[in-house]
Ligand binder design. Structure first.
Ligand code: GDP
Ligand code: MG
Length: 447
């Protein structure tokens, strides 16, 4: 994975609906290749996460011109990668171990979506059944990852403590040496330690203390949204209530990958106009005087009755299909801030070398805690090299140690030399100056 891309991994037992979720989340209507990612593996897809675009606040909706993704009436759809992680088989920690491919995939992920079949119609191996309790699946994934990390630490604990004492290292650094293999960085290791509330010296930790640390590390390293999928099936209802009561609603989203795929397909085929992420769609008979391009086709009886079913079982009951909500929730858990670098802080264009480029052309998802100077480097290495100062709306100057935030998400960098525009490449994926989705990983790796 490119160090600067946000990657969300879909995990879950076989037949939970991972591939269906990926399909549903992938926008078939977007232009092919309309994203900045240069490498897309076969089991990876690109989804678009909505944010409020500043074009709305500044009355520039008509001029807004995203280089990647799109902007519809002030809703900005920013590309992120999602990965279909197959190969998670139950009973792994009792001998079989988590598969290597599975662990490799996990290491590259910024956040996880745990897809759970909430209907109880598939057993722990993904085989058809009735009345299976999906709570088993939820607990099971976390305990698998927990055991993987706990056992690895435990095996080497004697050595870890000896080395720690000999080097007189801060605890965070000792832990990071152990956690780096899971895709951690120093600030993450330190946050895990803080979160655990552990105050004892490392040499006095017992298994319970170590367990608390691993728990805290899991929360920091693998923020997880649980997608309770297949809510369209009749048996789902009773399980949903029970699960939400047990786990709280913060990390749980109800989804029907099937319903979302169906709605998007009808949209693409121009039978309906589906407003993604809502409970609304238009039919041909709802249109008053559509332009030729917008005109919808009439539905046949069979499709119409399927659509009514989706409306009754999913949209009316739960508000949305949940697919977009899962992605939004994952980005929220990561705390990523959409940042909009522009060349001209007055008209928000990004032209260079005499050309005028689109308004709010670029959007980067940035980790909280990133400084303005670090952000400059993410936008373009040459901006860092020739950096003079940064300003936000109203030509207000920012310090290079100020932190990025939603309040100052439109930023222009002044440099001592003109920055060359990125070379357009054949894939449309700019390498140099293209908008990147930055995560704390790139930043911390350079610490
Ligand atoms: N009713 C219903 N079926 C679904 C839903 N999502 C997936 N499925 C079905 O569940 C089965 C397994 O889905 P798949 O995406 O292949 O699961 P994976 O093994 O986790 O990738 C397929 O028959 C899907 O059509 C859903 O939201 N509702
Ligand atoms: Mg699959």
């Amino acid at each position: 994975m490119g160090a600067s891309d946000v990657l969300i991994a879909c995990v879950g037992k076989p037949s939970a609906g991972k591939s269906s979720f990926l399909n549903a989340a992938t926008d078939a209507t977007a232009k092919v290749g309309n994203f900045p990612f240069t490498t897309i593996k076969p089991n990876t897809a690109v989804a678009y996460v909505p944010f409020d675009c500043p074009c709305k606040k500044f009355g520039k909706e008509k001029l807004c011109q995203p280089r990647y993704g799109r902007c519809i009436d002030g809703k900005r759809y920013v590309p992120v990668k999602i990965l279909d992680v197959a190969g998670l088989v139950p009973g792994a920690s009792e001998g079989k171990g988590l598969g290597n491919q599975f662990l490799d995939d996990l290491r590259t992920a910024d956040a996880l979506i745990h897809v759970v079949d909430v209907s109880g119609t598939t057993d722990q191996d993904g085989k058809e059944t009735v009345g299976y309790d999906p709570i088993n699946d939820i607990d099971w994934l976390r305990s698998e990852i927990y055991s993987w990390i706990f056992n690895n630490l435990k095996k080497r604990w004697g050595n870890i403590v000896r080395r720690h004492v000999a080097l007189k290292a801060p605890i965070g650094e000792t832990l990071q040496t152990q956690f780096s293999g899971y895709g951690s960085n120093l600030s993450m290791a330190n946050r895990a330690l803080d979160r655990s509330g552990i105050k004892e010296a490392l040499e006095n930790w017992d298994d319970e203390t170590l367990g608390r640390l691993v728990d805290a590390f899991l929360d920091e390293r693998f923020p997880t949204v649980v997608a309770l999928n297949k809510i369209d099936l009749p048996d789902s209802d009773k399980n949903i209530d029970r699960i939400c009561r047990k786990y709280g609603e913060q990390r749980i989203v109800l989804t029907s990958a099937l319903a979302e795929t169906f709605l998007r397909k009808l949209h693409k085929q121009k039978y309906i106009h589906y407003y993604e992420g809502t409970d609304r769609f238009d039919l041909a008979e709802d249109q008053e005087s559509p332009s030729e391009a917008e005109r919808l086709k009439p539905l046949d009886e069979k499709t119409r009755s399927r659509l009514e079913k989706v409306q009754d079982l999913v949209l009316f009951r739960y508000g949305t299909t949940g697919v977009q909500d899962v992605l939004t929730r994952a980005i929220e858990l990561l705390g990523l801030i959409p940042m909009y670098p522009v060349r001209n802080i007055n008209n928000f264009t990004s032209g260079s070398g005499g050309r005028t480029g689109g308004v709010f052309r670029d959007c980067l998802l940035v980790q909280p805690g990133t400084t303005i100077r670090e952000f400059a480097k993410m936008v373009h290495p040459e901006i860092d090299k020739y950096y003079q100062y940064a300003e936000t709306v109203g030509s207000r100057r920012l310090g290079e140690d100020d932190l990025v935030s939603p309040e100052i998400n439109v930023i222009s960098f002044k440099t001592s030399q003109e920055i060359k525009p990125p070379q357009p490449s054949s894939t449309g994926a700019g390498s140099g100056g293209g908008p990147k989705t930055g995560t704390k990983k790139d930043k911390d790796n350079k610490e």
